[in-house]
Design a binder for this molecule. Structure first.
Ligand code: NAI
Length: 329
């Protein structure tokens, strides 16, 4: 029997943490035969709901869940973990300036970076969920230089899944016969959901849908604005779908993507597709043997180029704000 794997969830007392910890315990993160030990981290003021979550997990009697450690101590939380899911943070509120939110998250992500670098397993895989997710991942990677850059990613799989869902709904087909859409760039409203290389039921999405105007306009803005639509409907941001997408992101990264399929992941750019090096940018990737690789050689038309550059510019601006904060420390 394989030993259990330690999985960290920060911000575990929040709404994504609530949905995600149960999915992890059901084997959605690492497969149905891998036991896990959950490390749940939150802040002191969330101690009670955090402990409540631990009680509920015990009451769920999940065979794959060997143990649950609920703590407010980042050192204890990071010790021995092989997977780190970074959900804790301060989302931007209407009245807040971007640089203020960057400073608040910069302070959290620099501290968590030090704890991961020091106490996590070598080779620990990290996914940042908390917004601004891409730039929090850059901060984490800069503050934890001994963690390989390839091990630090951010979540854009929710946007990817939203794009698959929209295409499937438009064609009235099951979502699992739609593949190879791409989310380029930032997990924000500047992201570019691209169907140019995607397939539905074995033919190109453009040929299947036969409505370029819808694909180039309405589809793009539905996917870009989906987070806002969920907030409007629920008065809370997406949690169930975010948690489910985290599981997809890590499971594919660890266990591999099916042949002929790619997924979208926010990864530190190596300059592929002319994206400035060092930005955490969402690319199409395939995964094998616990490693991801950017899909190379896709044709990029002028419209796409423009949108890919626009979202890169926003990420550069965020990175500048983050750097200002880090230099002020
Ligand atoms: P939430 O507010 O319900 O939970 C956040 C939790 O983080 C709270 O329990 C809070 O106490 C905790 N926290 C704050 N500072 C912390 C620290 N220093 N250490 C540990 N925990 C800390 O928020 P929710 O809805 O669970 O969302 C979490 C984050 O995920 C938000 O930033 C949200 O914007 C982002 N998000 C990202 C998505 C993506 O696709 N990348 C999708 C949906 C949400």
């Amino acid at each position: 029997v394989r030993p259990p794997i330690r999985v960290l969830i920060t911000g575990a007392a929040g709404q994504i943490g609530y949905a995600l910890s149960s999915l992890v315990g059901h084997g959605e993160l690492l497969g149905k035969s891998q036991r896990v030990i959950l490390h749940l981290l939150d802040v002191e003021t969330a101690t009670e709901p955090l402990n409540g979550l631990k009680l509920e997990l015990i009451d769920s009697a999940l065979p794959l869940l060997t143990d649950v450690i609920a703590t407010t101590n980042p050192t204890e939380a990071c010790t021995g973990v092989s997977i780190a899911i970074m959900v804790g943070g301060f989302p931007r509120k209407a009245h807040m300036e971007r640089k203020d939110i960057m400073a608040m998250n910069g302070s959290i992500y620099s501290k968590h970076a030090y704890a991961l670098e020091k106490y996590a397993c070598k080779g620990c895989k990290v996914v940042v969920v908390a917004n601004p997710a891409n730039t929090n991942a850059v901060i984490l990677s800069q503050c934890a230089p001994s963690i390989p850059r390839k091990n630090i990613t951010c979540l854009t799989r929710l946007d990817h899944n939203r794009a698959l869902g929209q295409v499937a709904a438009k064609l009235n087909i099951p979502v699992n016969v739609v593949k190879n859409v791409t989310i380029w760039g930032n997990h924000s409203s500047t992201q570019y959901p691209d169907v140019n290389h995607g397939c539905a039921n074995g033919i190109t999405i453009r040929n299947a849908i036969r409505d370029d105007n819808w694909l180039d306009n309405e589809f793009v803005s539905i996917v870009q604005q989906r987070g806002a639509a969920i907030i409007k409907a629920r008065n809370l941001s997406s949690a169930l779908s975010a948690a489910s997408s985290v599981c997809d992101h890590i499971r594919d990264w660890v266990l591999g993507t099916p042949p002929g399929h790619w997924v979208s992941m926010g990864v530190i750019s190596d300059g592929s597709y002319g994206v400035p090096e060092g930005l955490c940018y969402s690319f199409p990737v395939t995964c094998k043997d616990g490693d991801w690789n950017i899909v190379q050689g896709l044709d990029i038309d002028a419209r796409s180029r423009q949108k890919m550059d626009d979202t890169a510019r926003e990420l550069e601006e965020e990175r500048r704000l983050a750097q200002d904060y880090l230099q002020s420390l």
